[in-house]
Design a protein. Structure first.
Length: 209
């Protein structure tokens, strides 16, 4: 078995165990699927399929569930407990990219590293929307963002923020791999940053307000 295949198997096992943890948490909280659906905006059928393992867990589904249960995202994906201050996030597969949680805070603002593998540029993106607000910072490569009617490309050192209720999509701007950080929070918790280039001397310091 190759190293890549072993990692894929580990990821599949990690995601398969998420449903059992979700069911255990809901029963411990004595919450019905209907009540959980009302608090997260996720349909009861999707919640049921997640718990039974018939629906693959994604970041878009796990974020509101972690917030509703008020537990760290790591707890849902089964990251090992540790007193070590370093973050040992378990990777999550979302739409072909790998997402690594970088924070343990339950609910509120969450931080992630995204890795988009090298591959052909997507010609027909499919923008999606959901509750929240997001800030991005490109570490490596060129990130393409389709946001409502805008088709933008961010290079290394550039950042952007937007309301995730606006239809959006991320992908590589070319065939090369991309790595970027994201900070995601519910409505009302914003970073107050704007897209800027590290190469511009007068824009090198983030405008945090």
């Amino acid at each position: 078995m190759t190293v890549g295949a072993s990692r894929d198997d580990d990821l599949d096992r990690t995601l398969a165990a998420v449903g059992l943890r979700l069911r255990r948490l809901r029963r411990e909280r004595e919450t019905t699927l209907a009540e959980l659906s009302a608090s997260t905006g996720i349909s009861t059928s999707t919640l049921s399929r997640l718990e039974s393992g018939q629906r693959r867990a994604t970041l878009e589904l796990l974020l509101p569930l972690a917030s509703a249960y008020r537990v760290p995202l790591d707890e849902l994906v089964g990251a090992p407990p540790t007193g070590d201050p370093r973050v040992h996030g378990k990777p999550i597969s979302v739409g072909g990219m790998t997402v690594v949680p970088l924070s343990h805070r339950p609910g509120g603002i969450q931080t992630f590293k995204h890795i988009i593998p090298a591959g052909p540029r997507v010609d027909a993106p499919d923008p999606r929307s959901h509750e929240g607000y997001e800030w991005l910072f490109v570490l490596h490569g060129r990130l393409r963002i389709v946001l409502a009617g805008n088709d933008l490309v961010l290079s290394v050192g550039e950042a952007a923020e937007f309301d995730t209720r606006v239809p959006h999509w991320f992908g590589g701007a070319d065939e090369n791999a991309v790595e970027f950080l994201s900070i995601f929070g519910p409505q009302g918790q914003r970073m107050h940053l704007r897209a800027r280039s590290r190469s511009a001397a007068d824009r090198s310091v983030p405008d945090a307000r």
